[in-house]
Design a protein around this ligand. Structure first.
Ligand code: SOE
Length: 382
């Protein structure tokens, strides 16, 4: 008999849709004893939230998140609201004994994140942060190759997350859909929004980051705020680049911007080891580029592994070899790992929980501090 995990989703924007899609897909493709049920969705606009509930198959809706987290018929709360509300909502969920699945980044900063980690760990409630890109087959395959020690000593790690959607100075900041441009709601700009993804992937594949040296820039200094209609100073980082040292001795370079004309969501990484190198980018997400120095020199070169065969992570649960998976599958796979760990809580967790996400938060904090001070900054470890 399967055990239902009744989900209460708070926020139903872009992320609410990606998570709802995962809730509706999981049980059709993966076999877990715990299965999500779309029990309720919450948003402030009654008409819109009702429409979302009908469209995505939620059994009910609420317009006040505090009412949702009190409900006895909810087991887990999924927080898909702007970053400045994650901590408050998560702490309230924990008081009411709900599991928490929180959108990234965990919090506005490390201090808020620490309070969340303390409360959730004391409660013993299962928890996840939606760093989804780990769960693409090619990214998980890269992680497994590195974990098997195949690269030998690792020298370099480099990662980008490039977008171009904020170049127009007419774009307002704040409010629906544009809260990511408002530091009060988002905490930071590309550092918490985009680099946090790169940092999560990097820490997962290559271990802890110990120190950073960063620079940031805000290219457009003032924008009209959607909610007030007033021109206000822009205080997010539009672009951020940083150098880093990993605990394993490797050196890294990270770059993120929303001003790279021509790039919509170019998330990449490359890792260079003594024996092998790996590289990946989101625009060709099914492929992992692989270089093996062990191959005879006259046959040696970069090969491109199409990670769609049944022996690749997650791929066998979907279609037949050669058919592609997409961005949305990463959320289903993350959810699968979460449900699997409810089936067997003693097994090692394969997904980022609050504590892992706090480690990423500490790197973001150190990056922003370094950009402010112009100094190298040691990263606090979670
Ligand atoms: C920003 O444009 C954004 O939607 C991020 O908020 C997501 O986390 C990232 O995955 C894609 O880009």
């Amino acid at each position: 008999m399967k055990k239902q995990i009744r989900i209460g989703l708070i926020g139903y924007g872009f992320m609410g849709r990606t998570h709802s899609n995962a809730y509706s897909q999981l049980d059709h493709f993966f076999d877990t004893q715990h299965v999500p049920v779309r029990q309720a969705v919450c948003g402030r606009n009654e008409e819109a939230v009702k429409e979302f509930a009908e469209k995505w198959g939620y059994a009910s809706y609420e317009t006040d998140w505090r009412e949702l987290v009190k409900r006895d018929d909810i087991d887990a709360i999924d927080i898909c609201t702007p970053n400045n509300s994650h901590a408050e909502i998560a702490l309230e969920c924990i008081k009411h004994g709900k599991m928490v699945l929180c959108e990234k980044p965990l919090a506005l900063n490390g201090e808020e994140g620490e309070a969340m980690v303390k409360a959730i760990e004391e409660s013993g409630l299962p928890n996840l942060v939606w760093y989804n890109y780990r769960f693409l087959p090619a990214v998980t395959h890269a992680k497994n190759i590195v974990a098997a020690g195949e690269l030998g000593r690792i020298f370099h790690y480099r990662a980008n997350f490039l977008q171009d959607w904020t170049i127009s100075e007419d774009l307002p900041q704040g409010g629906a859909a544009l809260w990511r441009l408002d530091a009060a709601a988002a905490g930071s700009g590309v550092t918490g929004d985009l680099l946090a993804h790169c940092i999560d992937t990097a820490r997962w594949i290559n271990g802890n980051i110990v120190s950073v040296s960063a620079m940031t820039e805000t290219f457009i200094k003032e924008r009209v705020h959607q909610e007030t209609g007033e021109k206000q100073a822009v205080t997010i980082d539009d672009a951020c680049s940083f150098l880093a040292r990993f605990e394993n001795g490797s050196l890294a370079i990270f770059e993120s911007t929303r001003y790279a004309r021509g790039h919509k969501a170019l998330k990449t990484f490359e890792i260079n080891g003594e024996h092998k190198s790996l590289s990946w980018d989101l625009h060709d997400l099914n492929r992992l580029s692989y270089f093996d120095h062990g191959v005879p020199s006259d046959r040696r070169g970069w090969s491109s592994i199409h990670c769609s065969d049944g022996d690749q992570p997650y791929a066998g649960n979907w279609w037949v070899p050669g058919l592609c998976l997409g961005y949305e599958h990463s959320f289903t796979h993350g959810l699968y790992e979460f449900m699997k760990s409810l089936d067997d809580p003693s097994a090692e967790k394969q997904y980022p929980d609050f504590r892992h996400a706090l480690g990423t938060q500490y790197v973001c904090d150190a990056v922003l501090e370094s950009a402010r001070t112009g100094q190298w900054v040691e990263v606090k470890q979670s």
